[in-house]
Design a protein around this ligand. Structure first.
Ligand SMILES: [Zn+2]
Ligand SMILES: [Zn+2]
Ligand SMILES: [Zn+2]
Ligand SMILES: [Zn+2]
Ligand SMILES: [Zn+2]
Ligand SMILES: [Zn+2]
Ligand SMILES: [Zn+2]
Length: 1753
């Protein structure tokens, strides 16, 4: 046994407590060599305090350490008692105006979107609430730990840097040496002690030897005590570690979990203590066991004294951190000590040593010293700067350490970069003084050494290690981003120089990316392996913002911009300077133009999507235009060096590649290419990819002859053959041409036209067109909303975010959209304002294909709705900036016109040609654009200028030889009548109309010559005629269409109606029945009575129902085959008033009496769907068989648990676990004739008591005769059979076998689920559970109705109505399948609780009985007794008397427990009858209780509390008897309104003055009251010895939630795991039922439940909700439903942001507020017991939910 070997923890040295801090300090003050003195002290005491055994006791150690070790230091530092010393220092201190609060994991942090300089600037909750930003647009996140509050940092906030609390000292903000507030001597001593202690801590923490201490700490006598220390790594999983530990150190799984948890949290944990050998042995087992696949776990065998010193070292660092909190002066001294250069020169300061050893330290040590850095160096403005310099000098080394280390970034000192680099002044200083920009980029490049022959990055064939490194090295990009995040407002020459140096390095980086991952089209075979592409795109994506920020920096200074532009151009030329050998020059010519280019085919040669250098140049070029540098200093720019064909070449190739992929030419290259193309256009990348390629083409084209460009483009698209051959128009009259090739070419032509549209039309980048940034965003939003209305988050996702995660949307959204608030479900939506529709561009360049067609459809539909024509002409574009102005000439260039004419020609001769409508549509769009352009020109022309844009003239001319084609205009006119172009007619008409408008404009301005269009007049008139004709036809067509639509929808409705009928047939039988009853003339409205001899007689109704499975109809009859309803039985605590109560031992638990706290009930629900019992059996068997087969095949869960009898309703898929048989009112089945002479209550009780007595004697007799077989004549003599009582009579069961079987089935199911026991149909508790479930279900429904202020008998949902009816009738009939004697005994016992007899002692007192459960039990058990009674008393009489008796008991219960706070407002108006009566009754009670009852309150008050208290009981009773006897409800109670007390009483055959019950039966009531009051428990209660439930019981509600979600987050961040000592919980989860916070989804809080490990939530559901739970996962902002161990789902939380959206996972961080309606909805689900059902539906809808390990949450 391992544990025996381990030595006991030795007691602490007795000398320790006697060691005086003051004396030690005194000794130190005298010392000449203070260091030696202190070290000796430590060497002596530290091992005596720390690490004394296998399981350390940290609290004890820390107390001793404070006393023996830290105490002296504090005394020494202060020179007096530190309690006074420190408070003096604190008072003298001028506290800093920095908050600096270090965040805990999960703590809420706030960033102001309006004022924060960047998103890393955050406030703690306290500061936020006291700041101006509370009313700004803010974002809320939960901290991942680390980082601190930036309150008070003027560089972090554009406005409002201080909260109310930290604003105090801002007047004296001036840099002041904090040391002036300290006395000289204190400074000196502090300096001494800090220097020694800091040095000690650093030395011992970085100590690497395992059994030897530094010489000055070495002990004289050294024990052989070692620790086997296990270290954390991120390679091995929890499970691996736990498994290994169990093997290596022989511990239990629980201990192993404990070890693993600590290792994960602190970074190391000793797993064994003992002699060296013993520890070494454990080490080798661990190493051996973990070295197989990966590198082994790190284990060290360390001498206990080393561990002791290290533990103290950590303690010391935290101590230093807290000491400096007393005074800024102390902090400054610590900073000084830390940064002072050591004896070894460079990098030898303590701070340097810690940083440089960071990756060697374990997690716990790292976080302690990082925290110290944050509270010292980063809080002191002077030293922050010095520290920043140290950090920058070590930057390369720290990053390399981090890259090779395996811990997460948050545990690396490298992570402090965010604290330093985001401070603009520090960043600027580090750039100029330390050249950090260059260092970061070079460090980054150094880690990516894998290059191809051209020196480009190569990620192909990366090893796992390289891939790992690549992931980690990406954090450097983040550092770069931090450095650039705030743009300089002022430039010094130094900054310029260093920035440009950094820019050079950056260009080098981009150069390594230019052309990386080149691809070649695969022909013939499909590629064998998908090439690696993600790495390159990851890099691109991470750099996207950096690239944009580099441009922003350049834009802020003209000189820098010019230099950067030159550099970028030079690098681009180096990349693609001159074409390579295999790119031979060729000459292209069309329409008399010719141009030189190279022979290059995208489809045959290498092409790359990565062109960052070209794109950066494009970005800079736009900036030249935007900032007008291009016009101001043209001489400084190398514009003449620009070679447009070179500039456009690679971007054009890339765009052609996209077109070819779209045309299906690259299918064999697999998915990697498809993905790349996707990301190229994706919103995350496009800004620095696709968008810039378009701009680069625009740049190039604006500098060249558009004809030349178009020719090159045709060539790159590989379409030049088609367009240049003279008979291109007849290209497919030969059958030879392959169909695929035709299709391909068509797509390519479409794509090419689309590209031209984009080049001319996309002018919304500021600098390309004359627009502002907001215009650009507006346009994006307009186009997104043209597709469909969108929620805020959807819209945000579709817009590019800048480096601050802003889209700029909020500033413009109001201008273009309306907001529509959400309802109970769904989200708030933005809808496009109608006036913005005119800006819609069908060929918007950011549309995907799918979006484009959706938008087109939506816009056309809108136009039809507005009765407009459906043409979608191009919108009027903004003008180009001068640098790009010549782009418009593409539209009127000869090659363009030639292309247009060719395509129109194809369309005109539409038969033998391969053309497509999309092609034509694009040509029409281009023509439209040209017309818009010309119109604009004409409108804006100055007097003296000639409009050079003469598109209208050009399209009026016919084509030239050799084709001699008609003019474009003529062709359009032909096409507008073409029957095959119906869809495009509106557009053509729009073009012709616009053409005429322009013509008129030209004519009116006489200056410009207009070419005559031949035959215009004639055409005009014929066109008008045409138009009228077309309009008429269109109208006819529209009418016909509408008629057809109407017919269709009629048919559809009909279909639904038919099915609805069918549907309703199956479930609505009783509802229709009830309706018939209500209007039955036989029933008089006024005197409806639900029970008793006066019960309203209802004519028998025949019921026909249809089976949902076989569709056969059948009548419900006693003797026919059983019909059943699918039902779900569950345990419930929804009504519970005492959640701590659970059924301890279900096998022996006696459920006969329900306690009034309703702590655990059984609820039955049903979807109301009816089946034959045998049809259901067959269905269930097949489900079971299927499930068995499935489980063998794949080990998956289903949303339902077949083994536990669960199944889904075959019609509605509602979760069910049993069935309820359908029955007729059971009372009529066994009720005999009515007799006129019925006993009153007193007589009845006597009779029943006699009958009970008889039964008891007989029973005793039986048992004696059974056991002893000797007759006891004495008893037999005593036995006198009451008149008419025949205990030997056993009635015949009236039901068919099939019904009997179903009675048993449902009864057993209720028993099994309700008690959670194995099914046993003979258990005597089965009938009790059936009655209980009936009572509980009625009570829960009564509660829901009251809570919602609904009438008791209002229109209940069908399913509820059916369920209650079937359940009540079933419960009433169940006794017929139980053993008669068993039911009789239950009745006797229940009866004895109110009318005591000698046979039943030890029954609960009336305070501890729920009277409604008692009523249901008595009434439903009574027939078992009554069936043997032939004396002539009717069953109805019995029901009535039972009801009256229980009601009386309930009234007494209420009076006993009513809290009688005297209401001084009591009216002393003449008391009514009721008040006098209740007062009298109270007095009786007062006497009976021996005056223990409080003094008599007023009668009015009493009557009021009786009425209120009894009401729920009466309502439940009314429901019960209604369903039991089938008496329709009085119409007054079918509507809501007043409480209907009188109606209730009438219906229930009660006097409306309830106290009359007592008066009428005064004979017996006195006796009963006395017997009830004499119960000891009642006495105890009245004496205050115990509690009792009072009435009316209030409805349970879910807990109150705060309005602001962040207060919940805050609450949760203060919550620590209850099991692992103050550790923060990772997934704090709130139980919405009881408000308990739990540590969910974590090993630490797993417990065992029925032999399985379950998480805290699941465990909690068993105590709080009988297996059902409703939780809020606070970090995720997500509602969690759990049911049982395997079922669960997430549900949308009741918190919404201002845009009406939830934020599950808190990803967006918008402020969240409670939505009361949604919370009510969740509460309603709970009240209705629908949580399990909701889970079932969610799991059916989303199969992935089934696979989640819900029990571990
Ligand atoms: Zn703060
Ligand atoms: Zn503050
Ligand atoms: Zn603000
Ligand atoms: Zn059937
Ligand atoms: Zn159903
Ligand atoms: Zn925990
Ligand atoms: Zn709870």
């Amino acid at each position: 046994m391992a544990s025996e070997l381990e030595p006991e923890v030795p007691a602490f040295d007795q000398s320790l407590p006697e060691c005086s801090a003051e004396k030690t300090a005194g000794k130190w003050l005298q010392a000449t060599d203070l260091t030696r003195e202190v070290y000796q002290h430590l060497a002596h005491y530290v091992p005596k305090i720390y690490c004394r055994g296998p399981n350390p006791v940290p609290q004890k150690e820390d107390t001793l350490a404070q006393h023996v070790l830290l105490g002296p230091m504090e005394w020494y530092l202060c020179g007096e008692d530190p309690t006074f010393g420190f408070s003096k220092l604190e008072q003298a201190n001028k506290p800093s105006h920095l908050c600096g609060r270090v965040f805990k994991v999960g703590e809420p942090t706030y960033s102001c979107r309006d004022c924060a300089v960047d998103p890393t600037c955050v406030l703690c909750m306290e500061c936020f609430l006291g700041s101006i930003h509370r009313d700004h647009r803010y974002r809320m996140t939960t901290s991942g730990g680390g980082g601190f509050c930036d309150c008070g940092d003027t560089e972090a906030w554009k406005e409002g840097p201080y909260c109310e609390k930290h604003e105090l000292n801002t007047s004296e903000i001036e840099e002041e040496d904090p040391l002036v507030h300290l006395p000289e001597d204190v400074i000196g001593r502090t300096y001494n002690i800090f220097a020694i202690m800091f040095h000690y801590a650093v030395e011992i923490l970085t100590w690497e030897k395992e059994s030897e201490l530094p010489a000055d700490l070495e002990m004289v006598e050294k024990s052989d005590t070692y620790y086997c220390m296990l270290f954390n790594d991120e390679v091995h999983t929890y499970e691996q570690v736990i498994y290994t530990l169990q093997k290596a150190v022989n511990c239990t799984q629980k201990e192993a979990i404990g070890f693993a948890t600590t290792v994960d949290r602190d970074g190391r944990r000793s797993v064994r203590y003992g002699d060296f050998q013993y520890c070494e042995q454990a080490k080798s087992v661990i190493v051996r066991n973990t070295s197989r696949q990966t590198k082994p776990l790190k284990v060290q065998v360390m001498h206990s004294s080393i561990v002791a010193h290290q533990n103290f070292g950590l303690k010391l660092l935290s101590w230093l951190g807290s000491i400096i909190g007393y005074s800024d002066g102390l902090r400054r001294i610590l900073c000084q000590v830390g940064l002072q250069e050591g004896p070894d020169g460079e990098n030898s300061s303590l701070v340097d040593r810690l940083m440089l050893n960071d990756s060697k330290l374990w997690k716990g040590a790292r976080s302690v010293y990082h925290q110290l850095f944050m509270s010292s160096l980063l809080m002191d403005l002077k030293y922050k700067k010095l520290f920043a310099i140290r950090f920058a000098k070590n930057y390369e080394r720290l990053q390399s350490d981090y890259v090779t280390d395996d811990h997460d970034r948050e545990f690396s000192v490298a992570d402090l970069s965010v604290q330093i680099f985001t401070v603009p002044s520090l960043a600027r200083m580090l750039i100029t003084e330390e050249n950090l920009l260059t260092i970061i980029i070079k460090t980054f490049m150094d880690h990516l050494r894998h290059r191809d022959a051209q020196g480009r990055f190569q990620f192909e064939r990366y090893t796992a290690l390289q891939a790992f490194k690549f992931r980690r090295v990406q954090s450097l990009i983040l550092d770069l981003k931090y450095m650039l995040i705030s743009k300089p407002t002022e430039w010094s020459d130094d900054l310029r120089q260093k920035f440009l140096e950094g820019f050079d390095a950056f260009l080098e980086l981009l150069k390594c990316m230019q052309g990386m991952d080149p691809i070649t089209r695969q022909v013939g075979q499909h590629i064998e392996m998908e090439p690696e592409w993600e790495a390159a795109f990851t890099l691109q994506m991470k750099l996207t913002h950096v690239i944009s920020m580099m441009q922003d920096w350049c834009a802020s200074d003209e000189k820098v911009l010019i230099e950067a532009y030159k550099k970028c151009l030079a690098v681009l030329m180096r990349c693609h300077g001159g074409f390579t050998d295999d790119e031979q020059p060729i000459t292209l010519s069309i329409c008399g133009h010719s141009v030189e280019t190279i022979r290059y085919c995208v489809s045959q040669e290498k092409v790359s999507i990565h062109l960052p250098v070209s794109r950066l140049l494009a970005g800079l070029h736009v900036l030249l235009s935007k900032s007008e540098v291009a016009y101001k200093f043209p001489e400084l720019l190398p514009l003449s060096e620009l070679s447009p064909p070179v500039l456009i070449e690679h971007p054009l190739r890339c765009l052609v590649l996209c077109a070819q992929v779209h045309a299906g030419m690259w299918r064999r290259n697999g998915f990697s290419l498809v993905n790349q193309i996707y990301y190229y256009h994706n919103v995350k990348c496009r800004r620095e990819m696709f968008d810039k390629d378009i701009i680069m083409l625009q740049t190039g084209v604006s500098m060249m002859d558009p004809n030349h460009f178009l020719m090159i483009m045709l060539s790159r698209f590989e379409l030049d053959q088609i367009f240049s051959s003279p008979d291109c128009g007849k290209r497919v009259n030969s059958e030879l041409t392959h169909k695929d090739v035709v299709q391909q070419n068509n797509t390519l032509i479409e794509e090419m036209l689309y590209l031209i549209i984009m080049l001319v039309g996309e002018r919304y980048s500021p600098g390309v067109g004359q627009v502002s940034a907001t215009d650009e965003i507006k346009r994006e939003i307009i186009h997104q909303l043209s597709i469909k209305p969108m929620a805020h988050s959807e819209l945000v996702k579709s817009l590019p975010e800048d480096e601050n995660k802003e889209t700029g949307m909020e500033t413009v959204i109001e201008a273009v959209a309306h907001f529509k608030k959400p309802g109970l479900t769904g989200r708030g939506m933005y809808e496009l304002k109608p006036e913005c529709a005119k800006e819609f561009n069908l060929y918007f360049y950011h549309f995907s294909r799918a979006e484009q067609s959706k938008a087109e459809e939506a816009q056309r539909k809108l136009k039809r709705q507005n009765k407009e024509d459906t043409a979608l002409p191009p919108p009027v574009p903004p003008p180009f900036c001068p640098l790009f102005a010549s782009l418009v000439n593409i539209l009127q260039s000869e090659v363009m016109l030639y292309i247009m004419r060719t395509i129109l020609q194809w369309a005109v001769e539409h038969n033998g040609h391969a053309w497509s409508e999309s092609m034509l549509q694009r040509v029409l769009h281009l023509i439209g654009m040209a017309l818009q352009e010309e119109k604009q020109h004409l409108e804006n022309v100055m007097e003296e200028h000639v409009v050079t844009f003469t598109f209208t003239q050009k399209i009026s001319k016919p084509g030239e030889a050799p084709n001699n084609s008609p003019s474009i205009l003529a062709m359009l006119e032909t096409l507008q009548n073409a029957p095959y172009l119906e869809v495009h007619k509106d557009m053509i008409r729009w073009i012709l109309k616009t053409f005429n408008a322009i013509k008129k404009m030209r004519e009116s301005s006489s200056t410009s010559p207009v070419a005559e269009t031949e035959g215009t007049v004639m055409e005009e008139s014929s066109r008008d005629k045409d138009k009228a004709e077309r309009k008429r036809k269109a109208e006819i067509a529209r009418l016909r269409r509408e008629k057809i639509m109407a017919q269709m929808s009629e048919m559809q409705r009909h279909f639904i109606d038919e099915n609805k009928e069918l549907f309703q047939q199956t479930l609505g039988l009783d509802a229709s029945n009830a309706a018939v009853l209500d209007h039955s003339p036989m029933v008089s409205d006024t005197t409806l009575t639900a029970l008793g001899p006066a019960q309203t007689q209802v004519p028998k109704q025949r019921q026909f129902v249809t089976c949902i499975l076989c569709q056969e109809e059948q009548e419900v009859k006693v003797e026919s085959k059983a019909m059943v309803l699918a039902a779900f039985v569950q345990r419930s605590t929804v009504l519970s008033k005492n959640r701590s109560k659970v059924i301890q031992d279900p096998e022996t638990y006696d459920p006969l009496f329900m306690h009034p706290d309703l702590s655990c009930g059984t609820h039955t629900g049903s979807c109301g769907h009816i089946m034959h019992a045998h049809c259901w059996q067959r269905y269930f068997d097949s489900v079971q068989a299927k499930e068995q087969r499935r489980q063998q095949r794949l080990r998956l869960h289903t949303s339902y648990d077949v083994e536990n009898g669960e199944f889904l309703c075959p019609l509605c898929e509602c979760l069910s676990n049993t069935v309820i048989p359908l029955l007729l009112p059971p009372r009529s089945a066994c009720s005999r004739l009515n007799f006129s002479d019925q006993p009153n209550l007193t007589q009845w009780i006597r009779t029943i008591s006699q009958q009970i007595k008889t039964l008891q004697i007989l029973r005793k007799e039986e048992s004696i005769s059974n056991s002893a077989s000797s007759k006891n004549s004495e008893n037999m003599d005593e036995l006198q059979l009451p008149e008419g009582f025949r205990p030997d009579f056993h009635p015949k069961n009236p039901y068919s076998d099939s019904i009997k079987e179903m009675l048993t089935t449902f009864g057993t199911a209720t028993y099994k689920v309700g008690l959670k026991v194995h099914p046993n149909e003979e258990d005597p508790r089965v009938p009790i559970m059936c009655w209980g479930s009936c009572a509980y279900t009625i009570q829960s429904i009564e509660r829901i109705l009251s809570d919602e202020d609904k009438p008791l008998f209002g229109p209940l949902p069908c399913r509820l109505d059916d369920c209650l009816r079937s359940l009540t009738r079933f419960a009433a009939a169940h006794w017929t399948v139980a053993l008669l004697s068993v039911v009789q005994e239950h009745f006797c016992k229940l009866f004895a609780s109110l009318v005591p007899d000698v046979y039943h002692g030890d029954l609960p007192c009336i305070l501890d009985i729920d009277m409604f459960h008692l009523l249901v039990g008595l009434v439903l058990a009574f027939p078992a007794l009554h069936c043997q009674d032939f004396s002539g008393i009717s069953l109805g009489t019995g029901d009535l008397h039972i009801f009256h008796l229980v009601t009386m008991a309930h009234i007494i219960q209420i009076l006993l427990t009513s809290c009688t706070e005297e209401d001084s407002m009591d009216q002393e108006t003449p008391a009514g009858e009721e008040e006098l009566a209740v007062l009298a009754l109270y007095k009786t009670l007062h006497q009976c209780t021996g005056r223990a009852l409080k003094e008599t309150p007023s009668g009015w008050h009493l009557w009021r509390s009786v009425r209120a208290g009894v009401l729920p009981f009466l309502k439940c009773s009314a429901l019960f008897f209604h369903y039991l006897n089938g008496v329709p409800s009085p119409p007054e109670m079918q509507v809501s309104g007043t409480s209907h007390f009188e109606h209730l009483c009438n219906y229930l055959s009660l006097p409306s003055n309830l106290i009359r019950l007592f008066q009428e039966n005064s004979e017996i009531t006195k006796l009963l009251i006395e017997s009830w009051c004499q119960n000891l428990e009642v006495k105890r209660y009245l004496e205050g010895g115990r509690d009792a439930v009072s009435y009316p019981r209030e409805s349970n509600k879910l807990i109150d939630l705060p309005e602001d979600y962040s207060s919940l987050i805050n609450q949760a961040s203060n919550f620590s795991c209850p099991k692992s000592g103050g550790d923060k919980s990772r997934a704090p989860t709130l139980c919405l039922v009881c408000g308990t916070l739990l540590c969910s989804q974590s090993y630490c809080c797993q417990t065992e439940l029925d032999g399985e490990d379950v998480g805290a939530c699941t465990a909690h559901t068993y105590s709080c909700g009988s297996g059902v739970g409703i939780f809020l996962r606070v970090r995720e902002c997500q509602v969690l439903f759990l049911a049982g161990k395997t079922k669960g789902c997430f549900y949308s939380p009741p918190y919404l942001d201002d845009y009406g959206e939830t934020d599950q996972g808190l990803r967006r961080g918008n402020p969240l507020h409670l939505c009361k309606e949604r919370f009510k909805k969740i509460q309603k689900l709970w009240h209705q017991h629908s949580v399990t059902e909701e889970i079932g539906h969610a799991q059916e809808a989303n199969q992935t939910l089934v696979g989640i390990d819900w029990q571990h949450l």
